[in-house]
Design a protein around this ligand. Structure first.
Ligand code: ADP
Ligand code: MG
Length: 392
């Protein structure tokens, strides 16, 4: 079962909200949740614990069941099996409007004929709050989101980013126990997306509301989350902090989905003698030390087909000559990709290609012979047959 250490029940008064406003948040637990559509298992035995006050991201490619999971949490859809718990309470059968959750969608879903003010105030009007209270709460939220000057406009008179702020405002004003955000920034351009990301992170730090954020963008997941739940075909593949998911991916799927550039993978086999295990690529070009016997989760290492995984920042390039560390290989430079802060260099070694990160002004030319060296302890090994990680 996937669990994270739970912080104590979070209850905090936000300094920027008015005196009487207490925002509290509760933990959320999905227990063997299942939902299928015909033959498609959109959500498959999903068990997940989301600690009170945490920011958790569901990450996975399109169609892996993220939105269905979020809809089940919100109560917009009913599971075939399993249950949803808010704090101690089983809320599986509770209607959406009684769940104290607020959802933000990719397409904003604002009412086009209403002003920004009325869109934000809508849920409070339904609750028959006093005009004074509504005005006060909308004002506080609008100031937090920097849209106080736009409240009289209708959605068509607002930019995409401003519309999404209004949508966020509509969620915030409800003072929910849980925020659910389904790819909220996907329709925004890259610069705005990254700014909204930062703002949402600030808002979360300020309010401490339990949040479940859905995205297919691994970078977004990494920058925002306390924990990332990586999903594939309705199932939870790995649940952990950004450092765990990135630094110790449990299988090849997570290893290649998380991280940019993609982790380099080289096919080969392992050869063990009394004091070292070596990885040998299929064509024999790369031969590197990957650990000691007994460190790998494999009974018979010798005959197993494996993939060696290496992240770009874990490969050093030197102009020529071996380093004698047992972790170096000879290669030629296949391509250089400068991105400003770094240059990514493709090292071609036989049939394998390994990407290395170098300084922006690193002086190598395409076609030049070089030596690559893998940083000690930074190799990832996967059994090819199952894709599962086999080193610690
Ligand atoms: N209402 C529905 N009817 C039929 N199939 C659906 C429905 N909703 C989702 N699906 C299917 O369930 C799977 C998961 O969808 P979804 O949760 O929307 O994925 P994601 O949000 O990760 O892109 C997909 O194969 C999708 O086609
Ligand atoms: Mg979706």
């Amino acid at each position: 079962m996937a669990t994270l250490p739970a912080p104590p029940f979070a209850m905090c008064a936000s300094p920027s909200l008015e005196r009487a406003t207490i925002i509290s948040s509760a933990s959320l637990r999905l227990d063997r949740l299942g939902r299928h559509f015909g033959k498609v298992r959109a959500v498959d035995e999903l068990t997940l614990e989301i600690p009170a006050g945490s920011f958790v991201t569901l990450l996975g490619p399109s169609g892996c069941g993220k939105s269905t999971t979020l809809n089940l949490i919100a109560g917009l859809d009913q599971p075939d099996t399993g249950s949803v718990h808010l704090g101690e309470q089983d809320i599986t059968g509770v209607p959406p409007n009684e769940r104290r959750m607020a959802m933000v969608f990719q397409n904003y879903a604002l009412y086009p004929h209403m002003t920004a003010f009325d869109n934000i105030a809508f849920s409070l009007k339904l609750q028959r709050r006093s005009r004074q209270e509504i005005e006060q709460r909308v004002k506080v939220v609008a100031e937090m989101l920097d849209i106080a000057h736009l409240l009289r406009r209708k959605p068509s008179q607002l930019s995409g980013g401003q519309q999404q702020r209004v949508a966020l405002g509509r969620a915030l004003v409800k003072q929910p126990l849980v925020f659910l955000l389904d790819e909220p920034f996907s329709n925004l351009d890259a610069a705005l997306r990254s700014r909204m990301r930062t703002e949402v992170k600030h808002l979360h730090l300020q309010l401490g509301t339990t949040s479940v954020f859905v995205t297919h963008d691994q970078e977004e997941a990494m920058t925002l989350s306390d924990a990332i739940a990586v999903m594939s075909e309705g199932k939870l593949v790995q649940y952990g902090s950004q450092a765990e998911v990135y630094g110790r991916p449990r299988n090849m799927y997570v290893a290649t989905f998380v991280g940019k550039p993609k982790m380099s993978l080289v096919r080969g086999r392992l050869e063990a003698d009394a004091d070292a295990v070596q990885f040998v690529s299929d064509d024999g070009t790369i031969r590197v030390r990957v650990g000691r016997p007994g460190e790998l989760r494999l009974a018979e290492t010798d005959r197993t087909q494996v993939a060696l995984g290496v992240r770009a920042e874990d490969v050093r390039i030197s102009p020529n000559g071996g380093t004698g560390s047992g972790r170096s290989f000879t290669a030629t430079v296949g391509l250089k990709e400068p991105i400003g802060s770094d240059t990514f260099v493709e090292l071609v070694a036989g049939e394998a290609t390994i990407v290395a990160r170098a300084a922006p002004d690193f002086g190598v030319e395409i076609g030049q012979p070089v030596t690559g060296e893998i940083v000690a302890g930074r190799t990832h090994l996967f059994a090819l047959e199952t894709g599962e990680r086999i080193n610690a």
